[in-house]
Design a protein around this ligand. Structure first.
Ligand code: ATP
Length: 460
């Protein structure tokens, strides 16, 4: 897809603020970096964790209520990254988990044949492509001290297969019944031909996957229901509804085992792209593993006395892509006039308080006045058990606000001379100022009301 200069500019700005404030760094940066790998810095790691925890905490529990009012459970799994190669043979990944690839004979670069660049060849003129070949995306390694064919293993290219492989064990231990789900969050690895668009397409990434097992015949109802649930999830993370859309895969593009597939798309600066895929996968995976292992028996449905392999609805989300969607959704520039009458640009990351890496920053007005610092420390200690709190006493308060705006901190609390009763406001109660990130308005509030007020406004 062609990118306009403005769109590229926006992605560059988001990349710059990510580096400047510690959301995302290039992996191995001091050694020149490594293409397709990224590190999450202090606030990025927290942002990622907040999304991950929200996904897990809202999904993995008993007593969900489904589309017709039926109750169901979702249980968790944390499987190993390296599994038996037989898993990937049964799932079909060793033979068909590949992307079409071409080389340019002139510049020697490799490209995904379905995502060819619109740019000219650096050697001049058009690229001169070879025939299309399949390139398997799985990273290979060896297990144990002998590197031969028998010791080959793969880093998992998706977390889903482990769920199918452990399905029988989970079913036995969790005393649940169909419909039910198994959820997993973890790293996946794909040797992408062209990693690109910052953290959108990388070679190591994290997935949040749910395999939801239903009675055959009920999959369409559940597929639609999960699509709604998953859209709500992104709204609850604070993503604007008008930046989200749904794209149904046309029937002729579906994988041979899939009944239907719909993607949740986000309007990234480089175009509308997939955040999450929600596939209706029939009983293909369970059947494959049942046939290859001989260890998975059909499910016995005690309500109907039937035996079957459940059908699967799979909402499969990318955590890193969700981080990028949140960064893009939050990034805002506002032109303000400063005290000297000059125009300046305020960059604000407008994260929903639910995911903001820091929810409250606490400042003493001046760092060299022990009475202010001491009181601010008391406020900091008071808030710390309830919120993600950051201490800041560097520079002037205006600069601290700008810094916190770029971290996306919804509220800043300042302890000033009025707090300690030396200002104009000789309040009966100690008060602090709270400054709102989005409106930049400030109000005064007694310290005793601070926790309640913040909880109400942050929504925790
Ligand atoms: P794409 O078409 O973009 O390559 P896909 O359809 O192969 O993705 P799935 O196999 O359905 O992706 O994986 C589920 C989710 O995992 C995707 O929706 C995406 O959020 C995430 N994901 C997949 N590949 C990558 C990658 N290389 N980097 C980051 N996230 C990824």
């Amino acid at each position: 897809m062609a990118q306009s200069k403005q769109q590229q500019n926006l992605l560059d700005k988001i990349t710059a603020v990510s580096k400047r404030r510690g959301f995302v760094f290039q992996s191995s940066e001091i050694y020149g970096g490594i293409n397709g790998f990224w590190d999450f810095g202090p606030v990025g790691a927290q942002l990622k964790r907040n999304i991950r925890d929200y996904w897990w905490n809202t999904l993995v529990r008993n007593g969900h209520v489904g589309p017709d009012g039926q109750k169901f459970d979702i249980v968790g799994l944390d499987a190993s990254i390296i599994m038996s190669t037989r898993v990937w043979e049964a799932s079909g990944h060793t033979t068909s988990f590949s992307d079409p690839m071409v080389d340019c004979r002139k510049c020697k670069q490799r490209f995904r044949a379905d995502l060819l660049p619109e740019t000219k060849c650096p050697s001049g003129g058009d690229h001169d492509y070879t025939e299309v070949r399949d390139f398997n995306l799985m990273f290979k390694t060896h297990v144990g001290p002998i590197q031969d064919d028998a010791s080959v293993a793969y880093l998992r290219p998706e977390t889903a297969q482990a769920i199918f492989v452990q399905y029988q064990n989970v079913l036995t231990v969790s005393r649940t019944k169909v419909p039910f789900g198994i959820a997993q969050i973890g790293k996946a690895f794909r040797n992408e031909i062209n990693p690109r668009n910052f953290i959108f397409r990388s070679r190591e990434f994290e997935q949040m996957e749910l395999e939801f097992f239903v009675k055959p015949g009920e999959e369409d109802k559940w597929h639609r229901w999960w699509l709604d649930q998953r859209l709500n999830f992104y709204s609850e993370l604070g993503i604007d509804r008008d930046k989200l859309s749904i794209e149904w895969h046309p029937e002729n593009k579906l994988a041979h085992y899939a009944k239907a597939c719909a993607d949740i798309m986000f309007d990234f600066p480089f175009g509308c792209q997939e955040l999450e895929g929600i596939a209706s996968r029939t009983d293909y995976d369970l059947r494959q593993h049942a046939n290859h292992s001989g260890k998975i028996t059909p499910y016995f449905d005690a309500d109907t006395n039937e035996r079957y392999h459940p059908y699967v609805v799979e909402p499969s989300a990318g955590l890193d892509r969700t981080v990028l969607a949140l960064l893009c959704n939050a990034y805002t520039e506002e032109v303000l006039t400063n005290a000297k009458g000059e125009e300046e640009t305020r960059i604000v990351m407008k994260f929903h308080p639910r995911v903001a890496p820091v929810t409250v920053a606490v400042f003493p007005l001046l760092r060299n006045r022990p009475e202010l610092v001491e009181k601010a420390e008391t406020v900091f200690q008071l808030l710390q058990p309830h919120f993600r709190v950051q201490w800041d006493d560097r520079g002037n308060v205006g600069k601290r606000y700008r810094y916190q705006d770029e971290l996306g901190t919804p509220y800043c609390v300042t302890v000033d001379f009025d707090t300690i009763g030396q200002g104009e406001l000789k309040a009966a109660e100690e008060t602090v100022t709270i400054r709102d990130r989005d409106t930049m308005e400030q109000i005064r509030l007694p310290i005793s009301e601070l926790i309640g007020w913040l909880k109400e406004h942050i929504g925790v």
